[in-house]
Design a protein around this ligand. Sequence first.
Ligand SMILES: C[S@@+](CC[C@H](N)C(=O)[O-])C[C@H]1O[C@@H](n2cnc3c(N)ncnc32)[C@H](O)[C@@H]1O
Length: 236
Amino acid sequence: MFTPDGPSFRELTVQAMSSVEHGYDLLAPKFDATPFRTSTRLLTATTQALRPLGPFTTGLDVCCGTGAGLEVLESLCTERVAGVDFSTGMLSAAREAHPEATLIRADALSLPFAPSFDLAISLGAFGHFLPEDRPRIFTQIHASLRPGGLLAFPQPAPPRVGSRAYWTLWAFDAVMRVRNALWRPSFVMYYRTWPLADVLHDLQDAGFEVTLHPMESLGRREDGSPACRLVAARRT
Ligand SMILES: C[S@@+](CC[C@H](N)C(=O)[O-])C[C@H]1O[C@@H](n2cnc3c(N)ncnc32)[C@H](O)[C@@H]1O
């Protein structure tokens, strides 16, 4: 993260003490040099997992940021590709990198679309939504999809309880809870608030039929389970 092109520790601290929207406005010019942008490896794996579920004509990247997911949509969709995000700074960067895409500023909890897309994806952003917001964001995406349209996103397996990764994410979430108890505006970003069982439950409640697809190129864990699955939720 602390590369010559990335944000300094001081810049990251100022961003983390802002609201989510303003924090991303500040981070936008250097966002692509941070590990917060979805990696090329995950983008490739997502494209590979999605391809057999197509064909797709129109695509929407929800919380598109600087446009990582637009790369996936542009390689899969034959017609219009759009991205939505509430940070003006992130949208400006996306616009520069993806001049062909339609970019819209809106809150993902209040999407402005008719049911016109046949694929919606979201990458690396669900940690910004509290569990109680999950039904709403799924309902909003559902309403933006054509009947038969697909919402898809990668869902990494949770780290093994007691592992180093487990304690790292646990500590990150604990620090954010303390920060949000003491400071306004809040910055919602938690790693452990989207367990698969709850996500599946809320998707079904929103009117989706869900299938899970192992993302084989990302490997398997010691117990043989996939390291990451693609959640594919179809609007029935
Ligand atoms: C970690 S970045 C991920 C960006 C991109 N999807 C990627 O994978 O690189 C999270 C993005 O979600 C956006 N975001 C967070 N909450 C949002 C909301 N309620 N409505 C719209 N965008 C939101 C932020 O502005 C930011 O651009």
